[in-house]
Design a protein around this ligand. Structure first.
Ligand code: ZN
Length: 81
């Protein structure tokens, strides 16, 4: 009986990180007009979130966001105001 071997080799490495619970933290700061900004822990680029639907899902003190810069999921933490 043949065992399929393609599954692991075709899975993106980001999936392993999430499966193992390795989610990098990123400190978010409030910007004008309710926007949020964070620095991607992988690329060190600043990402500005202005989309209302995305912002509504980030209302909690710690929430996960799909990073548009590196494609991984980060845990956004709010800087104490
Ligand atoms: Zn990122």
């Amino acid at each position: 009986m043949a065992v399929p071997t393609h599954t692991w080799s075709t899975t993106h490495t980001a999936a392993y990180n999430q499966a193992a619970g390795v989610v990098r933290r990123a400190a978010a700061t409030m910007r004008a007009h309710g926007a949020l900004r964070y620095q991607c822990p992988l690329t060190r680029s600043f990402v500005l979130i202005t989309d209302d639907a995305t912002l509504a899902g980030l209302a909690r003190p710690q929430s996960r966001v799909h990073c548009v810069d590196c494609g991984e999921t980060h845990l956004l933490t709010r800087d104490p105001a």
